[in-house]
Design a protein around this ligand. Structure first.
Ligand SMILES: Cc1cc2nc3c(=O)[nH]c(=O)nc-3n(C[C@H](O)[C@H](O)[C@H](O)COP(=O)(O)O)c2cc1C
Length: 355
């Protein structure tokens, strides 16, 4: 049976992938409260449809950091995509380009920045950055991003240490030796790794004070991913970053945190229009994206959803997932009486209430 929604793709991916790999993709930290909470929080919100609006023509197109995209849904950076399918990150880049949206490439990718750029030369791509203690490697990644047409640097700030992912501990998951992570290989010898070992070379000493050093490595727009409070959102504004992603890393870092949908209003209020706010975590439906827009986000990102598509059918599968989410988004906009993402307002979502 042809999968018709993200949940169908997830089910099929579970049957397709080796259990350790599926657990790595699906799992979260600790009791997986943040993971489940992210999904539930979007579900808890209710859209407020407006009627008798001409919705013959509805466009899902918008811009992020000035880049035109077909929809306010971007591909979040997720590590080691070759584990899902041999198409890997080049395949995901092709899928994002075909769907007309941004592919955010993880530092822990299993292809080089050049290979990913070559796979989809006309696609929009951003580089997610983990900063290695070996600054030479980090500088080289940023230089490659500039050279190969990446449009932004997305610094992930919620993982100075790896969250405790118990599914991986139980399964003893290791990245197979034959799947190389070039950035990590550049920091030393590569012989496969556990997720903990993968992040072993990351610099956990970064502070607001050292941000400028990283930003000055390139002229590219600079995004912080992993902001979860109004306080840090305000600091991001003061430090002049271009955008932030409200994110708890898909529930994979600190488990006892609020769902990102619940945090969005306080962050949007603190930012007060000074930079673009994106959100990720638990986005499984196009309607979730409309809710994110209603709460003040410029766009949402999806991590697992396109990964499930990639796992099921490579680049074509990831593209189908992005396309189905775009269709859901278009339908939700139309039924809310909006002909574009810009028309979505706070009035399109009901107030938060306890479950
Ligand atoms: C398997 C997997 C690997 C991930 N790898 C990275 C990564 O390398 N860098 C990063 O910034 N975020 C990473 N993330 C977090 C995603 O960018 C994103 O925040 C999260 O997946 C959003 O939640 P969702 O999966 O519910 O959409 C990863 C998430 C998953 C599921």
């Amino acid at each position: 049976m042809e999968p018709v929604c993200v949940a169908d793709y997830e089910e099929l991916a579970e049957r397709t992938l080796e259990p350790g790999a599926f657990g790595y993709y699906a799992g979260g930290a600790g009791d997986e409260q943040a993971l489940a909470g992210n999904v539930e929080a979007w579900r808890r919100l209710r859209l407020r449809p407006r009627v008798l609006v001409d919705v013959t023509e509805v466009s899902t197109a918008t811009t992020v950091l000035g880049t035109p995209v077909s929809m306010p849904l971007l591909v979040a950076p997720t590590a080691i995509q070759r584990l899902a399918h041999p198409d890997g990150e080049p395949g995901m880049a092709r899928a994002a380009a075909a769907a007309g949206t941004v592919m955010c490439l993880s530092t822990l990718a299993t292809a080089t920045l050049e290979q990913v750029a070559a796979a989809a030369p006309d696609g929009a791509r951003w580089l997610q950055l983990y900063v290695f203690r070996d600054r030479g490697v980090t500088r080289s990644l940023v230089d490659q991003a500039v050279e190969h047409g990446y449009g932004a640097i997305v610094l992930t700030v919620d993982a100075p240490r790896l969250g405790r992912r118990e599914r991986d501990l139980r399964s003893g998951f290791r990245v197979p030796e034959e799947i190389t992570v070039p950035s990590v290989a550049a920091t030393g010898r590569w012989a496969g790794a556990t997720p903990l070992e993968l992040l072993g070379a990351i610099d956990s000493s970064l502070t607001w004070g050292t941000l400028e050093e990283l930003r000055s490595m390139s002229p590219l727009p600079f995004v912080l991913k992993g902001i979860q409070t109004a306080e840090d959102a305000a600091l991001a504004c003061e430090h002049g970053v271009d955008a932030i992603v409200v994110s708890n890393h898909g529930g994979r870092q600190l488990d006892a945190v609020a769902p990102t949908a619940d945090l969005l209003p306080e962050v949007v209020e603190a930012v007060a229009g000074r930079l673009e706010v994106y959100v990720d975590g638990g986005v499984r439906r196009g309607g979730d994206v409309v809710k994110a827009l209603a709460l003040g986000a410029r766009a949402a990102l999806a991590g697992r959803a396109p990964l499930w598509g990639l796992a099921c059918a490579g680049a074509a599968g990831a593209e189908r997932v992005l396309e189905l989410m775009r269709n859901e988004l278009e339908l939700a906009l139309a039924l809310c009486g909006c002909t574009s993402p810009e028309q979505v307002s706070r009035a399109h979502v009901s107030e938060l209430h306890n479950p």
